[in-house]
Design a protein around this ligand. Sequence first.
Ligand code: AMP
Length: 439
Amino acid sequence: MSQKISIPRGTNDILPDEIFRWQNLEDKARTLMRLYGYEEIRTPIFEDTGLFKRSLGPASDVVTKQLLELKSRTEDTVPDGESYSLRPEGTAPIVRAYIEHHLDKKEGLSKLYYFGPMFRGERPQRGRLRQFHQVGVELIGLHSFQPFLDAEAMALSIRLLEGFGVEGFRLKINSLGSHEDKKNLSSILRERLKKDVRNLCPECQARFERNVFRILDCKNKECRAVVARLELGDAHLSPPSKEYFQKVRAALDLWGVAHTVSPHLVRGLDYYTHTVFEISHAGLGSQDALGAGGRYNDLVAQLGGPKDIGGMGFALGIERILLAVGGGETRDEGRVTKLDAFIVSLDKEEETKAYTAAFELLNELRRKEIAADMNHTRGSMKSQMRAADKSGARYVIIIGEDELKEDIVTLKNMASGEQRKVPQSKLAAEFNKVSSVKS
Ligand code: AMP
């Protein structure tokens, strides 16, 4: 026997048994996005590696350790000197698309949302995958003064989680301030951590110069002890940045969005400025972030777009949301495709008349938008009825010798067990009366 080929580590198959949970989540998300005035955008799952280096920062963990770069056998696909990587996140590709398609000229404010797989070469564990999925939002437009938009994005992230049935999560927010304020924050952090550098893990010792913010969310025990002693506030913020943050908080209060200010929240990506936030769930263990986001006022210009355009966005991790919600509905309750009818055909041995008639009827029903299927094993009545039951169909159509002779079918209501004879020519009309697929 040939050796079997297994799924790559850190990735999942989503089987029909669980796909309804994904589809339900996507449906709810789409409904809410529409309610808040967002439109969907889809970008490629791979991009020029330079896009991520420039936006996330060459020293960020995602770029230094987690980018999955594509290799090609032909120069034609990945030309010499070029490099493509699977996208580790959605913001940079969307900002690239925003600039490329001059969306700034088309509308004042672009309100975009996306679903899709993201890829990071991380060490897999519960809640941490190499291919995972996000639903996210980007609000891109003039950045002059938009604290209300920051509040809207955060409120929407909360509304989505509530809509998905997640309970017990917490919204933490902070402000990094402008580019200059961020430099102040780096200096403050280095100054305060200086005496403790020896006590940090080797990785954080290297981060001290390269990416000091990242030390704040290192999971290492010793690093956490050092970080816990750090008292941080808003000393790095200039007066206008402080005022901006106050306005964001006031807007959150106006919409009744509960939040905690957490000065330790800095996010590891370079592009963030001003507001950053994270939503965590204690039930998820070490990978407790359900989602995160923030404002990025310099990113559009950094990627070659107009100077005065800024953005705000977030992404929620779908696998983690599903973990947080737990089992929830069973397959049958949540099932997305429910059949209207399942056809059972009964022939005398070696004959195929009823089976052929059933096959013909199947096509007719589907053309009339009646969700139908049939049994191809052509076993006993009992085994075919078992298959019908398993399919979840509301009605079973039985075609046997008698039915063929009289040009009728037997229609059985699977919920009530009631059974009656219906002329073939009236069958579709019967379904229009009873079908709940279209109702
Ligand atoms: P981030 O861009 O890292 O803040 O990611 C946003 C959200 O995506 C996180 O809060 C998680 O819910 C989810 N996420 C990020 N990385 C992973 C991963 N490796 N596996 C599963 N979910 C992830």
